[in-house]
Design a protein around this ligand. Structure first.
Ligand code: 8IG
Length: 271
């Protein structure tokens, strides 16, 4: 199959960003990429020794994330010999920079050598037993954005998208971990209670504005994917209260130190 011109361009932009990353960090090859979503930022401290850190805007075709809690830096970490590339923050579809901007970090991670990617997010939960601060392994997703991050007639298999092998490793390390189905909406508005009822009816129990499009591109590039959501709020209409971005961040921050411990152990198992 011949790649669509837009795929070649996206690949070329990622190659340029990866080359700049090598230049700025001095690290020729990374093994594992980690994308930290809302509330996950302090999880990074537990991962290992920081080798280098760059501003996303120093790398070609990266734009600084606009959302509070998304710091816009890329850090190279040594986790007992596993070279980890940590993205603090991501570009979201609702920023209206297009699907290539949303997935540029994933493509760059692949170009930098990463064969595994850990996609994290803060999200709403549809299971009332998941209190704010509950981590949930993503088992599968529902892409409700109405768009695709792939270009042209690129038929990518999405079975076992969120690696059962990596989920088993996580569950061995923490048998209390639940699994869920993540529904990605475009945002930036949170859902209506009716939309949450729809998501529940079609099998979703986690809801957010990221991850699914990134996972699709990661799979298209042959990466093994681990997805972990941190439930930071009950989904709309479930708590009797309005959703508030600051509260969402606070719930994430409180839980993210524990999340760092889990991520750190998983990453060492990969090495
Ligand atoms: I954090 O309840 C977080 N992100 N769409 N809905 C959507 N995104 C979210 C939510 C939520 N909580």
């Amino acid at each position: 199959m011949t790649d669509h011109p837009s795929t070649i361009e996206a690949h070329d932009r990622a190659s340029q960003a990866a080359a700049a990353l090598i230049e700025l960090t001095g690290i020729r090859h990374h093994d594992v990429a980690v994308v930290l979503g809302s509330g996950w930022v302090s999880a990074a401290e537990a991962l290992g020794t920081t080798v280098a850190e760059v501003e996303m805007t120093q790398l070609p075709f990266f734009t600084s994330p606009v959302v509070a809690g998304h710091a816009g830096r890329v850090r190279s970490i040594d986790a007992d010999g596993v070279r980890v590339l940590v993205f603090f923050g991501r570009t979201h579809l609702y920023e209206e920079r297009g699907v290539d901007a949303v997935t540029h970090g994933v493509r760059t991670a692949a170009a930098a050598g990463c064969r595994t990617i850990v996609l994290t997010n803060g999200c709403g939960g549809l299971d009332p037993s998941w209190q704010p601060g509950t981590p949930v392994l993503i088992k599968d997703h529902l892409n409700l954005t109405g768009t695709s991050p792939l270009h042209g007639a690129h038929f990518v298999d999405l079975t076992d998208l969120y690696s059962s092998r990596l989920r088993e490793i996580c569950k061995r390390l923490d048998p209390t971990l639940a699994e869920g189905i993540y529904g990605q909406f475009r945002g930036p508005m949170y859902e209506t209670p009716a939309e949450i009822a729809m998501l529940r009816a079609i099998g979703g129990n986690l809801v957010g504005m990221s991850t699914a499009l990134e996972a699709i591109v990661a799979r298209s590039l042959g990466m093994e994917i681990l997805g972990i959501s941190l439930v930071t709020n009950l989904a709309a209409g479930m708590s009797g209260q309005a959703l508030n971005h600051e509260e969402v961040l606070a719930a994430g921050t409180a839980a993210s130190t524990a999340m760092g411990g889990l991520l750190s152990r998983v990453i060492r198992e990969l090495g």
